[in-house]
Design a binder for this molecule. Structure first.
Ligand code: ADP
Length: 161
């Protein structure tokens, strides 16, 4: 059986916490489809195209990983791709309520699809795209927390005029 998994998210931008989940999931599933939600964040810092490009660059060492974007219901996207598994990452207890709501809603809309949770790597437990944007916005050092291409993109975004 070929296991196709979808890892959906905003990835605004992708961090090393996301990348750790991607690398581990790519070892378990035959094919991992990273799905960037077009409207997942109200006012994203990076456009959908920029987020997709950064993810492609950061994962090009992983042959069974593909990067795509979606608009609309995740349940429809997953069905359309012939996938049965959704991968999500869990950090602290604070992630749990939202993830439970998402997983149960998805179960209602697409009963054949299972959400699989992977625990964060303890190195990245505190890491989120929002904290990265906040640090980078104030000119702080984000080296080692995001892939190099993302670090460069953030530097360009926040470069003083
Ligand atoms: P969303 O807006 O859908 O939550 P994110 O891009 O913030 O999208 O996150 C996508 C998924 O990755 C979520 O399941 C989130 O919990 C998980 N994630 C984010 N950061 C980390 C991290 N540092 N370690 C593990 N999982 C993470």
């Amino acid at each position: 059986m070929v296991l196709i998994a979808v890892y959906p998210g905003s990835f605004d931008p992708v961090t090393n916490g996301h990348l750790d989940i991607i690398e581990r999931a790519s070892e378990i599933f035959n094919h991992l489809l990273i799905a960037v939600g077009k409207h997942a964040v109200k006012s994203p810092l990076f456009s959908t195209a920029e987020r997709v490009t950064m993810l492609k660059e950061a994962t090009n060492h992983l042959p069974n990983v593909e990067v795509d974007w979606f608009d609309g219901l995740l349940s429809d996207y997953v069905r359309q791709k012939g996938a049965r598994i959704i991968v999500r990452g869990l950090r602290a207890v604070s992630d749990f309520d939202y993830e439970l709501q998402m997983a149960l809603t998805l179960k209602k809309l697409a009963p054949a699809v299972e959400t699989v949770f992977m625990m964060t790597n303890s190195k990245y437990i505190y890491l989120s795209s929002s904290i990265i944007k906040e640090i980078a916005g104030y000119g702080g050092c984000i080296h080692g927390l995001v892939p190099d291409n993302v670090e460069a993109a953030l530097r360009r975004k926040f470069k003083p005029e």
